[in-house]
Design a protein around this ligand. Structure first.
Ligand code: GUN
Length: 296
């Protein structure tokens, strides 16, 4: 079997069309949706992500404020800016790009953002509400984007065995929560596997839906994929390639060429999950803007 490609660029573009229409409707009511983004330090990948988020905001009519701070910025200063953004009614969504430098405590920063402006869905109030089945809680953008992709290809995880490889708070854990919920486009039987799992290959081979978010290039190989499985690759890794114009190329956590010969559907890297993460962030931001005015 050669897998069909799940085109994240196309699906994200259709989500952005809907977001743009919502943003336009809000503007007509005098509300200009606005996302504030904070980047601390010079991590090259984070700079690229933040740049892309800001570009896509502009495309759909979301105003952008940003704070690009040096790596040595104190935690107090970060919290001070967040307090200012929390208190500003013209700012509807706040995002602090992770990871943060070592001297800054990620939980303290995440918890400082008002839950109603937490468009990343990382605040414990949103994590808790989502875990309890509250569909109004902001969902973390990457796992929510994966669920939207499944909906777009018409592959319902209900009753199926989903294996999530990776247990991060950003992707793996919320992905497992979302897929196991008693809700449409969920209802899966979910296994969370990780770097300490015995027989990872055997566990992966049980998956009807295999979602990989471990940050290790091409670590899931073709022999770890069940015939006909849907494979979602969340990883984006730079690997050296002297022949590539930039001296590196991007690969996922899945060995794409091998896995696509076994899977029924597969996401490419780039052009798979990545654009969906940003599209869902835009969606959460217009939702937050609408709620701030009591319109949704
Ligand atoms: N770093 C990697 N992914 C994300 C994300 O979805 N949101 C934020 N804030 N930081 C990230």
């Amino acid at each position: 079997m050669t897998a069909k490609i799940i085109d994240g660029n196309a699906i994200a573009a259709s989500v952005r069309e809907d977001v743009k229409a919502e943003a336009t409707a809000l503007r007509e009511k005098g509300i200009e949706p606005c996302l504030a983004v904070m980047l601390v330090g010079e991590d090259p990948a984070s700079r690229v992500y933040v740049g892309m988020k800001e570009k896509k905001c502009a495309e759909v009519g979301i105003r952008n404020i940003d704070a690009r701070l040096p790596a040595e910025t104190s935690q107090e200063e970060i919290l001070r800016i967040l307090d200012e953004w929390n208190a500003d009614p013209s700012i509807h969504g706040i995002l602090v790009q992770l990871p943060l430098p070592d001297h800054v405590d990620e939980s303290t920063v995440t918890e400082r953002i008002l839950p109603e402006k937490d468009v990343d869905g990382f605040h414990p109030v949103n994590v808790g509400r989502m875990s309890a089945g509250d569909t109004d809680a902001f969902r973390p953008c990457t796992p929510h984007g994966v669920q939207v992709m499944l909906k777009h290809i018409g592959w319902d995880p209900s009753g199926k065995h989903a294996v999530v490889v990776g247990r991060s708070n950003i992707v793996g854990r919320p992905m497992a929560t979302i897929l196991s919920q008693k809700q449409p486009w969920a209802n899966a039987t979910v296994t969370v596997a990780h770097s300490r799992s015995d027989d990872l290959a055997g566990i992966c081979r049980l998956a009807d839906l295999l979602i990989v978010a471990v940050g290790r290039p091409e670590s899931v190989t073709g022999d770890m994929v069940k015939e006909g499985a849907v494979v979602i690759d969340v990883g984006v890794n730079r690997v050296d390639d002297p022949e590539a114009p930039k001296g590196y190329r991007l690969v996922g956590d899945v060995a794409f060429e091998e896995a696509k010969e076994v899977a029924s559907w597969i996401t490419p890297v780039p052009g798979g999950v990545g654009p969906m993460t940003i599209a869902m962030l835009l969606q959460n931001t217009v939702t937050a803007a609408g709620r701030s005015a009591g319109t949704s």
